[in-house]
Design a protein around this ligand. Structure first.
Ligand code: SF4
Length: 401
């Protein structure tokens, strides 16, 4: 299994408590984006084209701790941008572990060898290395050669030092089921603790808009992959079997965007990790003031092709809690990869997309400029290096640093 027993037991107890208390909406994983700056420039990423003043922003240690104290989720997934560019990241991880949270630190691994000794192995701490397939697939996905090799070296190093290591793998429409299945075999042989896999979300600002998957293609792709791995039983996925069952087209879930609430340098992102349609100052405001019914598949055009784990894993987990026998049958029997698919949610009544990105950027820039003394208004000059190390240019200095 991809989920350690301790983690499964603690999360299970948390879920049970929420169910018994009758709470309608509750968080499962805090998605923390303490910076948008990255040392890669991937074609499928919708987060690195902000102006420098925004890329230079960081959430402080205090803000990161406030986020988890406010929302109370049992798991924190730290992404970005590249979290290892944040100079206070070791302190942030220690703070979460001291609060008895499970911490997943996502990284492209380019800086991992340099920074690894700032962290200690723990059953509650997992490195999640970005790896979108074999060498050809991954280097193409991150638009830079040699990154796959560095990521694999980093996995070996982290395993040798006693860390828990998983990979996070995003698949696009050029993924080949056979190649992907063999890739999962190869990374499983490295002794990985887990594989997190998801179809890519079509970020409206991603430079490459040609390679995102639609729903039908996603289900066909996952059936093709899972059929080559004993219905998914051959690999240590970190996700619930019910989520994988959904990816294979055997369930049609509505998303649960509040299950993975997202805190970025803009605030609490409405409605989810993938869509930034607005920002709340507090978690309470996010939960109470978001018009949840306006979002999700069938409700909003931008949601039409979404099957991403950050939106649907919590739906799958809830289904598992309320249908334990079905969940057990899927777990033991493997995921069905043939036969009819579940009828999907109709899209004929969804509201059209709204484009609000530039308004949020302008608002944030005004706030930053209003906060800064005149001498600091232009901030440090920063560039993304094509070497990907982030070392050739000066590391950005954040307002919070
Ligand atoms: S379907 Fe749900 S999780 Fe996906 S983008 Fe829409 S609101 Fe977010």
């Amino acid at each position: 299994m991809g989920i350690p027993v301790l983690q499964a037991a603690r999360i299970g107890a948390y879920l049970l408590k929420q169910q018994l208390s009758g709470r309608k909406r509750y968080p499962l994983v805090l998605m923390l984006e303490p910076l948008f700056r990255c040392n890669l420039a991937c074609a499928g990423c919708g987060k690195i084209d902000y102006p420098n003043e925004i890329l230079n922003q960081r959430l402080s240690v205090e803000q990161c701790m406030e986020a988890i104290d406010e929302c109370g989720a049992p798991v924190v997934s730290i992404a970005g941008g590249e979290p290892l560019l944040h100079k206070d990241m070791p302190e942030i991880v220690r703070g979460y572990l001291a609060r008895k949270k499970f911490v997943i630190l996502c990284t492209n691994a380019l800086l991992l060898a340099k920074k690894i000794d700032d962290y200690e192995p723990s059953p509650s701490f997992t490195w999640s290395i970005h790896l979108d397939g074999n060498q050809a697939m991954h280097d193409k996905s991150v638009c830079q050669e040699g990154v796959y090799e560095k990521a694999v070296e980093a996995i070996r190093l982290a395993k040798a030092k006693g860390f828990q290591v998983s990979i996070n793998c995003t698949l696009f429409n050029d993924a080949d089921p056979e190649q992907t299945a063999r890739f999962f075999d190869d990374v499983t042989a490295l002794g990985l603790n887990g594989i997190t896999v998801s179809p890519g979300y079509a970020y409206e600002r991603a430079p490459d808009q040609q390679h995102f998957l639609n729903r039908t293609r996603t289900k066909e792709l996952f059936r093709g992959i899972l059929s080559r791995g004993r219905g998914g039983k051959a690999w240590p996925f970190t996700q619930s079997r019910m989520f994988l069952n959904f990816l294979a087209g055997n369930e049609a879930y509505h998303c649960t965007p509040w299950g993975n609430p997202t805190r970025t340098v803009f605030g609490w992102q409405k409605p989810c990790y993938l869509l930034g349609e607005g920002y709340a100052k507090t978690f309470k405001e996010l939960m109470e003031d978001t018009a949840w019914d306006q979002y999700g598949v069938g409700n909003y055009e931008k949601c039409a092709d979404c099957m991403v784990h950050s939106g649907f894993e919590a739906s799958a987990v809830q289904h598992m809690v309320t249908n334990p026998i079905k969940a057990l049958a899927v777990t033991l029997g493997g995921i069905r990869t043939e036969g009819p698919m579940a009828e999907d949610i109709p899209l004929d009544r969804q509201r059209p997309a709204q484009y609000v990105f530039s308004g949020h950027v302008e608002k944030k820039l005004s706030e930053i400029r209003a906060e800064k003394p005149a001498s600091a208004k232009h901030g440090p000059r920063v560039r993304i290096t094509r070497s990907g190390s982030g070392e050739a240019g000066p590391e950005p200095v954040a307002a919070a640093e």
